[in-house]
Ligand binder design. Structure first.
Ligand code: NAP
Length: 541
């Protein structure tokens, strides 16, 4: 980078970026091609793609609409790439990210099969020393984590798993050769977004499928379909407007939340609005009214509508009861969307077990033992989610300027300023880290905003001959309060068993992690911080 960071060898860099998913690829492009820095991406997988490299389970597809689940930084890229369906499938997204890697000649600065083990800040040199499991050592002025929010698999510690004689897999670590379910008795544990996508597809392939449901879930039909030529043209011709809409609303999706309240709308009209949104499909259902996440009475109108739909779809009344007995407000946990999920329970080869009534006791050699009996299985699929937001970061031994580790600093929950930095860890940036809107957003726009902010910050430092940036304690403490206040103003914080709070991982501190104040407001705050001379950060030579 600047004259005072003269690299002395191939592994002495301006920046190390960890992860080659959406975040890492764009961050490399910005640092290398816009700022001219020496940057390298270190990636554990044998290919680029991050989440979309690992999550290859049947039915894996994005819940964001394809024309919003892409980069917008390059108009040429927007014009060149063509999505085939309303919601892109995992292989298509992976093809897109590989296309981006080639299109911007990124591969030469991406080191695959390289898992970062530790990173230590050396205060004297003001550099990070990064080591990998493969034995490499790098030094860099900046360390940027692009490890994804949902990348550390959560495999529940159910006794007996090692005794199981069949095959077991976690959806987030899906074998690249695939899993052949034909003729198999399959058990799926988990009915979050992943399980809800995988269950209908596995049911079609397997001889028999048993779903083990702990918490019933809402889901809205995705209504996936091939994109028409007209829509593809519309998306390209209106890309600036689409980008503007995403960056000026709450969740970074390409649609606005209707400015009306369910609680103030007459029942018949409300019903018609929900019905139209149900027919249209997708996450937009959540945007029908602007009080759904603020007011329990308003929320229950949507929740009741969906429960009735479940009952109308599932013909077996016992299954319908189990599926519609939902214990949390609609969209207070991440709302799934589906392709024929509830319909799948009408198939004769699909059983449903309510783990609230009959919990899993152990895994046996032959299958899963619940309190009422043993279910014999050939394959167990864990659709049990992730150690979200902090899991992948804390697997790396990250040591700050006083020798304190990030794990210690975050013992009671992540403490960041804007989700970008943590006090005590100079020149470490986290893309879509805890404390940023991240998982509450359609992620690509959130990633672009973070990468652009970090790039501009590093450019500012370079132009002013600054070597070190660190979030202040005061600013971080105030930001953590803002993150808590934003969550507490919504129904999101009312759900005690949610991965937003870390409640899905035993022993994890229960702190609401993403910033729920809205993407547009967050962008504004980040811009104000810059306009006020990087207020809350300490910059030094
Ligand atoms: P998740 O939402 O955390 O769901 C995990 C499921 O496993 C829940 O039903 C959970 O039940 C169950 N479970 C966990 N441990 C269990 C245990 N010991 N015994 C029984 N059941 C257990 O995970 P996910 O479905 O993988 O989704 C995570 C996030 O990834 C989503 O919320 C979404 O943000 C993202 N995602 C996105 C897409 C997309 O865009 N297409 C697709 C998939 C995932 P409880 O609810 O009772 O804990």
């Amino acid at each position: 980078m600047s004259k005072n960071t003269q690299p002395s060898g191939a592994n002495d860099l301006d920046a190390v970026i960890i992860g080659a998913g959406f975040s890492g690829l764009y961050q490399l492009h910005c640092l290398r091609d816009q700022l001219g820095l020496r940057a390298r991406v270190l990636e554990a997988g044998h290919g680029v793609g991050g989440t979309w490299f690992w999550n290859r389970y049947p039915g894996a597809r994005c819940d964001s609409e394809s024309h919003s689940y892409m980069y917008y930084f390059s108009k040429e890229l927007v014009d060149e790439w063509e999505w085939s369906e309303r919601y892109p499938q995992q292989p298509e997204i992976l093809r897109y990210l590989n296309y981006v890697a080639d299109r911007f000649a990124l591969r030469s600065d991406i080191q695959l099969n390289t898992r970062v083990e530790s990173a230590r800040f050396e205060p004297g040199q003001q550099r990070w020393i990064v080591t990998t499991q493969q034995g490499d050592r790098f030094t860099a002025r900046f360390l940027i984590t692009a490890v994804g929010c949902l990348s550390s698999a959560n495999i529940p510690n159910i006794p007996g798993l090692s005794e199981f004689s069949g095959k077991w897999v976690h959806t987030g670590q899906w074998p690249h050769e695939g899993v052949d379910f034909s003729g198999q008795r399959v058990g799926v544990i988990g009915t979050g977004s992943t399980g809800i996508q995988a269950i209908p597809v596995i049911a079609e392939q397997a001889a028999h499928l048993t779903v083990f449901q702990r918490t019933a879930n809402y889901s809205i039909p995705a209504r996936n379909a091939p994109l028409t030529t007209e829509f593809k043209q519309y998306a390209k011709q209106n890309s600036e407007e689409i980008r503007h809409v995403m960056n000026s609303n709450t969740n970074a999706h390409p649609f606005r939340i209707a400015q009306r309240q369910a609680a103030q709308t007459a029942a018949a009209q409300r019903q018609a609005i929900y019905e139209a949104a149900w027919q249209k499909g997708g996450l937009q259902f959540r945007a029908t009214f602007d009080d759904l996440l603020l007011d329990e009475a308003a929320n229950s109108t949507a929740a009741d509508f969906i429960r009735k739909k479940i009952r109308a779809t599932v013909s077996d009344p016992v299954k319908a009861d189990i599926l519609s007995d939902i214990d949390h407000p609609f969209a207070a946990k991440r709302p799934p969307i589906d392709s024929f999920y509830f319909e799948t329970y009408n198939r004769s080869n699909v059983d449903l077990i309510d783990l609230r009534a009959t919990p899993i006791e152990r895994i046996t050699e032959r299958g899963i033992q619940t309190s009422t009996g043993e279910v014999v299985l050939d394959v167990i699929v864990f659709a049990t989610g992730f150690d979200a937001m902090t899991g992948s970061l804390l697997k790396i031994q990250i040591e700050g300027k006083d020798g304190r580790t990030l794990k210690d600093e975050w013992r009671s929950g992540p403490r960041t300023y804007l989700g970008l930095q943590t006090p005590g860890f100079p020149n470490l940036f986290t893309i879509t880290g805890p404390g940023s809107p991240s998982v509450l957003c359609n992620l690509p726009p959130a990633i672009e905003q973070h990468v652009n902010w970090i790039t501009a910050c590093i450019d500012h430092m370079r132009r002013h001959d600054l070597r070190q940036i660190e979030a202040s304690e005061d600013a971080s403490a105030a930001w953590v309060e803002q993150v808590n206040a934003a969550a507490n103003a919504t129904l999101l914080a009312k759900v005690k068993h949610s991965w937003y709070l870390g409640a899905n991982v035993p022993g994890k501190p229960q702190v609401f992690m993403p910033y729920a104040g809205g993407f547009a407001r967050y962008i504004d705050i980040c811009n104000q911080v810059v306009a006020n001379g990087y207020k809350g950060f300490q910059l030094s030579r």
